[in-house]
Ligand binder design. Structure first.
Ligand code: C5P
Length: 318
């Protein structure tokens, strides 16, 4: 979390960063019904912006620039706010919050937009309401909200195990890499749908014991590209969900076909449960100049597109 300036005490603004998956390996099924994962997540400079203002009418009121997004109790921002406000002592329980969300991260895209917004809400309300929760306590709240929410607090580059909430950060001073990201705006993928499909198709091959899981975790931690992350350009992107989503989602096939024809691309992949796909470049400047040549092709193919550097943070306090 980055604090750029002193804030007035009754309002707060934050940015929530999107992520892509450099590695998403489905190891097996857990007794709680979730999948046991081995992932590497990477924050990118594609942000939602949220502002928070205390009100005295005791309600949590969310407004958003995207009319199709639910602003009710099922929204992860409202869930995060309720989680903290329900724990306030009685004398403060009348507190309400006006929240304004400006969404740039596409919805249902595999970029953890909703999780990033939830993480941003925890950070913002912790400061705004002077709650004094430690980072570890915020991580526990984040786990309750969703598997990707803990990663989104600190962001950057992290190995993620368990459901996604057991984090091993990879600290880098500088990372010059960047991506071109594309998404078909007419396609939204539900994460439970993608994991259920994976279970149906690959479930018979899942690993089933902790020692096998641990071997895979060790293999990922010790992989050449990860030990030398930021120093080598050789990143063998992997996404097990891509294998099951690709054959039934023409938008993913189209996106990956186009990205694979672009010169200077190190590798391309779907992110998370899709349908967003991205291509990595060793240098963000190369990604930018390539993007200027390809943008009209993405437009003509009906794909939304972005060019983003890798970043070393998740929630940014403005
Ligand atoms: O944790 P979150 O609410 O984001 O997960 C959404 C859904 O994705 C879960 O209900 C589950 O179907 C699937 N999932 C999973 N294993 C994980 C993470 C998510 O099966 N590790």
């Amino acid at each position: 979390m980055v604090n750029k300036s002193q804030q007035p005490i009754d309002s707060f603004k934050v940015r929530a960063a999107a992520k892509v998956n450099l590695h998403l390996e489905v190891l097996g099924l857990r007794t709680d019904g979730f999948h046991e994962l081995a992932m590497v997540m990477q924050s990118i400079a594609l942000y939602d912006e949220l502002s928070f203002q205390i009100n005295s009418n005791g309600v949590i009121k969310l407004k958003c620039n995207i009319p199709s997004l639910s602003i009710g109790d099922d929204n992860l921002i409202v869930k995060a706010a309720n989680l903290l406000i329900n724990r306030l002592p009685d004398e403060k329980s009348h507190v309400g919050i006006d929240i304004s969300l400006y969404k740039n991260i596409p919805i249902g895209a595999g970029l953890a937009g909703g999780s990033a917004d939830a993480a941003a809400t925890l950070v913002a309300l912790n400061s705004l309401l002077n709650l004094k929760y430690t980072f570890s306590e915020l991580e526990l709240f984040a786990q309750e909200l969703g598997s990707d929410v803990p990663f989104c607090l600190e962001g950057g580059t992290q190995i993620c195990f368990g459901r996604g909430e057991i984090l091993e950060p990879i600290k880098l001073k500088e990372n010059k890499m960047g991506i071109i990201l594309v998404k078909d705006p007419s396609v939204h993928i539900s994460t439970p749908w993608a994991y259920n499909l994976c279970k149906d198709i690959r479930g018979h091959n899942y690993l089933s014991n902790e020692s096998d899981f641990e071997l895979r975790r060790k293999k990922l931690r010790e992989s050449y590209w990860l030990i030398n992350f930021g120093k080598v350009n050789d990143i063998p992107l992997k996404n097990d969900l891509q294998e099951v989503v690709y054959p039934v989602t023409p938008a993913v096939e189209k996106s990956l076909n186009i990205l694979s024809t672009i010169p200077d691309v190190i590798a391309s992949s779907m992110s998370g449960s899709g349908p967003s796909c991205f291509a990595i470049f060793s240098d963000y400047e190369i990604a930018k100049s390539t993007f200027s040549k390809y943008r009209s092709i993405f437009d003509n193919e009906g794909l939304n597109s972005w060019v983003c550097p890798f970043i070393n943070n998740g929630v940014i306090i403005l």
